[in-house]
Design a binder for this molecule. Structure first.
Ligand code: XUL
Ligand code: CO
Length: 437
């Protein structure tokens, strides 16, 4: 029996449709810049939010019913979540999912029991994957919720806890490989500190790197050919998290020789928590060859924490897709690490959240393609640096000059005017014209 029996198959109806259960902009088969929309936008469902999050916040308990007809905390519930998840993805035409180990089954005190439950549920999931063609984008281990990780996982002060982290990663990698997942994520929720009075930063960072190396060695041994990802986030839950932002994570990966196996999973709301735009984080990743995957969501600058809202800001999605197109697409995908607001507590709203997010990114793709095809922004940027196309400019770019030679050139010029103007307002006007023209 269907769980979402009142929800129809969600189809593309176009921008004039008033049907809440239809896409206005996401037209999976439509070709944009030489590729189908669905190939530019491999969307994924986040198991934890969509099938788990029920509106609990610091001040109140669940508002939504995510029991899907079974008692929570049982294997029967784990199975009804699978049923709900696959029905949900099929109805929206979502081809991927992402999971943590403990999203799939209730965690037991004894890790052997948890692992046996994971074996059972993963067989059930695998059968559904075969039946529907739905795939796994990435897997991960939750190394932040259980009290044993209170001082971190890789960064813990306890060698025994380090072993539990290793055990969870091993199992989550086994599952990722079983599902044919494209990636494996490390989000270091507890890898950080509250105060330096009790923290050996160097030791903790080295241990995190050791754990990642062990994960890579094991993953490659069992046939995982995909990318490992770090998902940067500056804070929350910790005051200071080591994977602060893209630049910090890239530096870490290079320092510890992990950059060949790892890329980044960039989350919009984490970017803004780090004081950056989403686009900035994508650009930094892309120019370093590290743009792997995206956690598609949106924060709220008036709140200042990780609100994980469904993305509706079309400017932000446009600039995201501008970076993605320029980077030649993603090897990963777009995981909606997003949840309904506490007061959006019906099944209908689970669908409305995804329809909003998918339409926002479809619009972003359409507008970004238009911006690139229009060409004025790219032309301007090229022009802005054109003085480096001169003979002297080339010498600088190619490293064929000396400080004395450049100083000599400056002395000949005696003085110069300001360089070419930045034209920010004109460019913002072009962006608005593309958005609304
Ligand atoms: C937390 C977050 C996580 C990761 C996976 O802010 O984004 O859900 O995506 O652990
Ligand atoms: Co995330």
């Amino acid at each position: 029996m269907a769980i979402f029996e009142n929800i129809p198959q969600i189809k593309y109806e176009g921008a004039d449709s008033k049907n809440p259960f239809a896409f206005k902009f996401y037209d999976a088969e439509k070709v944009v810049m030489g590729k189908k929309m669905k190939d530019y936008l491999p969307f994924a469902m986040a198991w934890w939010h969509n099938l788990g999050a029920a509106g609990t916040d610091m001040f109140g308990r669940d508002t939504a019913d995510k029991s899907f007809g079974a008692e929570k905390g049982t294997m029967e519930h784990a199975k009804t979540k699978v049923d709900a998840g696959f029905e949900f993805m099929q109805k929206l035409g979502i081809e991927y999912f992402c999971f943590h180990d403990v999203d799939l089954v209730p965690e037991a005190d004894d890790i052997n029991i948890t692992n046996a439950r994971l074996d059972e549920i993963s067989d059930y999931i695998l059968a559904k994957m075969k039946e529907t063609g739905i795939k796994c984008l990435w897997g991960t281990a939750n190394m932040f919720s259980n009290p044993r990780f209170m001082n971190g996982a890789g960064s813990t002060n306890s060698a025994d806890v380090f072993c539990f982290a290793a055990a969870q990663i091993k199992k989550a990698l086994d599952l990722t490989v079983k599902f044919g997942g494209k990636g494996y994520v490390f989000w270091g929720g507890r890898e950080g500190y509250e105060t330096l009075l009790n923290t050996d930063v160097k030791f903790e960072q080295e241990n995190i790197a050791r754990l990642m190396h062990l994960a890579v060695d094991y993953g490659r041994k069992i046939g995982f050919t995909g990318d490992f990802y770090i998902e940067p986030k500056p804070k929350e839950p910790m005051k200071h998290q080591y994977d602060f932002d893209a630049a910090t994570a890239i530096g870490f990966l290079r320092q510890y020789g992990l950059d060949r196996d790892f890329k980044l999973n960039i989350e919009a709301n984490h970017a803004t928590l780090a004081g950056h735009t989403f686009q900035h984080e994508l650009r930094v990743s892309a120019i370093n060859g590290m743009l792997g995957s995206i956690d598609a969501n949106q924060g709220d600058c008036l709140l200042g924490w990780d609100t994980d809202e469904f993305p509706f800001d079309v400017y932000e999605a446009t600039m995201c897709m501008y970076e993605v197109i320029k980077a030649g697409g993603l090897t990963g995908g777009f995981n909606f690490d997003a949840k309904n607001r506490r007061s959006s507590n019906t099944y209908e709203e689970m669908f409305e959240g995804y329809i909003l997010g998918m339409d926002t990114f479809a619009l972003g793709l359409i507008k970004a393609a238009k911006l690139i095809e229009d060409g004025r922004i790219d032309e301007f940027v090229k022009e802005k640096y054109s003085s480096f196309d001169t003979e002297l400019g080339k010498k600088i770019r190619e490293g064929n000059t000396t400080l004395e030679e450049l100083a000599g050139h400056a002395a000949e010029l005696k003085s110069i005017d300001t360089p070419m103007s930045g034209k920010q307002e004109k460019l913002e006007g072009i962006l608005n014209q593309i958005m609304f023209g």
